[in-house]
Write a protein that binds this ligand. Structure first.
Ligand SMILES: C[S@@+](CC[C@H](N)C(=O)[O-])C[C@H]1O[C@@H](n2cnc3c(N)ncnc32)[C@H](O)[C@@H]1O
Length: 248
């Protein structure tokens, strides 16, 4: 099976409507803003539709997908480019950020080196797959975790590359940004094909793997089995399912 859901080509295919499904979550935005510290000039790489770009600083966005670029509305200047070849001089920005994008870069180390070349500080929101096996969704789609491990760099490697540290980004139960883990307390939402379009992890699955997992999830929700196993989650306000903010 090919693994199509990497790189910006994926967003050319399924990126339409992304801005409506992936609205920045204010609690996560506050964490990103704090990590940017007092940076006055910020580069956002893999910027997509502009989520998490601070509105009180000078921001330039870098994004390769025209489908994503066409949905931008915040007025920040945007350059069509890739992380591995940033068209900026050394130390041009106080900080560079990248939100849930490095797993799409063909060479994450080259991209991180480029961000560090053009900016004094680098802030990356990524996912630690080692923390994900406990996430109930992976029981239904086990091959997603295997394939995510191949495309997502280990967080300690990203920290080492940046000389930085990672902090946990808990996912609120009412998270407004529809990334893969956003609906941990609303399991039925994963049955919606429109919602899954903005979760590249689902694009890693074969039709068989997807259908088998969805049928099992639907059956477990109807029978009450999901609640028997995971009902305790309904009492939590936020959950750590491996999202990490690395800054250095
Ligand atoms: C999950 S989206 C995240 C978008 C945005 N940062 C957000 O938080 O909504 C991943 C983004 O990375 C972009 N991307 C893919 N390959 C890239 C590359 N090599 N360099 C820069 N961006 C890339 C995609 O086009 C897409 O917009």
């Amino acid at each position: 099976m090919s693994i199509p859901a990497t790189g910006f080509g994926h967003y050319q295919r399924v990126g339409a409507g992304y801005a409506g499904r992936r609205r920045p979550d204010p609690r996560i935005a506050a964490q990103v803003l704090a990590a940017l510290e007092d940076a006055k000039t910020v580069l956002n790489v893999g910027a997509g539709t502009g989520s998490y770009e601070p509105m009180d600083r000078m921001v330039v966005a870098v994004e390769p997908s025209t489908v994503m670029l066409s949905q931008r509305t915040n007025g920040h200047p945007c350059v069509r480019a890739v992380a591995g070849a940033l068209p900026f001089a050394n130390d041009r920005f106080d900080a560079a950020m990248g939100v849930l994008t490095i797993h799409h870069w063909p060479d994450w180390r080259a991209g991180v080196a480029e961000l560090a070349r053009v900016a004094g500080r680098v802030v990356l929101l990524t996912h630690d797959t080692d923390a994900a096996p406990d996430f109930w969704l992976m029981e239904y789609f086990p091959t997603m975790l295997e394939r995510d491990r191949k495309r997502m760099p280990p967080v300690d490697h990203v920290c080492a590359a940046l000389g930085g540290r990672a902090e946990t980004v808990p996912v609120p139960h009412d998270c407004t940004d529809g990334f893969l883990g956003a609906y941990w307390r609303k399991p039925a939402v994963y049955l919606d094909a429109e919602v899954r379009k903005s979760m590249s992890g689902f694009g890693l699955l074969s039709e068989d793997e997807l259908t088998t997992g969805l049928l099992r999830l639907e059956a477990d929700l109807l029978s009450g089995e999901w609640d028997r196993r995971n009902g305790h989650l309904r009492d939590l306000d936020a959950l750590d399912i491996g999202y990490r903010l690395v800054a250095g």
